[in-house]
Design a protein around this ligand. Structure first.
Ligand SMILES: *Cc1c(COP(=O)(O)O)cnc(C)c1O
Length: 389
């Protein structure tokens, strides 16, 4: 059996151990220390344009997961029991779960066919529907840049502004992606990043909350460290959380930040390779930047298989053929409005994400894949398409 080709795995630079060692040498091994400060600074330097004014700069707070960042962001945006929160339906469940943690209810909005992300039209329709039905505006809008593809941010922000509802940007998959030359993660009132093991860079597990509003970041730091009042005797006026990142893991993040741009280039190169060899095949279409306004980190290369044009070959045929060759691929995320756990939540859309789920496949996209690995993937897919057609 040839070596296993993975969908997306950690790709360390070798620089991480130096920073981890520093944490050990100085005995800063818990949730404060130089690595945390420097990692947050690295993120801010990467995300903020070089000449941006102080008041327009995004601040970063390192946390122990992206899910924690979304949870804290919803608290800061005032989401409470009984509220409704609009959420892109086509996403990973971690975008939505924190809405439930707060006793609020998600309202799912479908994707549009270009970016596969939130449709601004269905967003507006959902807001109007909810106001009509409940007499109350949804408290927040969770927009996602899925697989690294920036969402139609102009359209989404315009509607958010019109109805005065804050946008929480789930940029967990989109570090390094840009919309109109501006980094994903800097558009929303608050944004979340993830450094889970399968993301474009990792801290083994971790996340970050981003905001231009320093007060949000200050409050998030307070809540993430058990919400201790300024008193020597551990007094608490708020319910807190244990969500801060460890200084040891922030050391991994510092090493990873040194190669982030390289990682983006490598993932984009994977994408180009697949496009070059598979675009010509009947019935195969890729998730594609709709115009030069969009720059995806192509965290995962995702495609659609149209069985009507492939002579009946489905995405599941391709997935099984790849698996038989010891290659990991994965169906696209099952939309939240189709998930049993969220079955009773409102949904607004036309089934675009249902179709993506039914016919979509993510190809191996790790940044450490070689051209030989990618060649094996293309070979298996080509072979499967040719035998059936
Ligand atoms: C990974 C991911 C998250 C959650 O991040 P964790 O660090 O795993 O908690 C949230 N949203 C999306 C879209 C993700 O892909």
């Amino acid at each position: 059996m040839p070596n296993r080709i993975h969908l997306s795995i950690a790709h360390l630079s070798g620089k991480e151990t130096k920073y981890i060692q520093e944490a050990f040498d100085t005995n800063w091994v818990t949730t404060a220390g130089a690595n945390l400060d420097a990692f947050e600074k690295d993120l801010e330097t990467f995300l903020n344009p070089a000449r941006s004014r102080e008041s327009e700069k995004c601040c970063a707070l390192a946390l122990n997961s992206g899910t924690a960042a979304i949870h804290l962001a919803l608290i800061l945006l005032g989401v409470e029991r009984g509220d409704e929160v609009i959420c892109q339906s086509f996403t990973y469940t971690a975008s939505t779960n924190p809405v439930y943690y707060l006793g609020a209810k998600p309202v799912f909005v479908d994707s549009e066919p270009d970016t596969w992300n939130m449709s601004p039209d269905f967003l507006e329709q959902a807001i109007q529907d909810r106001i009509k039905e409940t007499g109350k505006k949804p408290k927040a809008i969770i927009a996602v840049h899925l697989y690294g593809m920036p969402a139609e941010m102009d359209g989404i922000l315009q509607i958010a502004e019109k109805y005065e509802i804050p946008v929480l940007e789930d940029a967990a998959e989109a570090l390094g992606s840009m919309y109109k030359g501006i980094h994903c993660g800097t558009f929303g009132e608050i944004a979340a990043l993830s450094f889970n093991g399968n993301k474009i860079i990792t801290t083994s597990g971790g996340g970050a909350l981003l905001s231009k509003n320093e007060e949000y970041v200050r409050q998030a730091r307070f809540l993430a460290t058990q919400a201790r009042d300024l008193a020597p005797h551990y007094q608490h006026s708020h319910v807190g959380y244990n969500y801060r990142m460890s200084n040891v893991l922030a050391g991994i993040g510092r090493g990873q930040m040194e190669v982030l741009s390289q990682r983006v280039a490598q993932r984009r190169k994977n994408n180009q390779f697949y496009r070059k060899h598979l675009s010509g095949m009947e019935g195969i279409t890729f998730q594609t930047e709709p115009s030069s306004d969009f720059f995806s980190n192509y965290w995962l290369t995702a495609l659609r298989v149209d069985p009507a044009k492939t002579g009946g070959v489905t995405r599941e045929d391709l997935r099984l053929a790849l698996e038989a060759a010891n290659i990991e691929s994965r169906p696209l995320w099952k939309p939240m409005h189709l998930q049993p756990v969220f079955a009773d939540c409102p949904y607004c859309g036309d089934g675009t994400s249902d179709g993506l789920f039914e016919n979509g496949l993510c190809l191996p996209s790790a940044s450490l894949l070689t051209e030989r690995d990618l060649g094996r993937v293309v070979e298996v897919i080509g072979c499967e398409l040719r035998t059936k057609s």
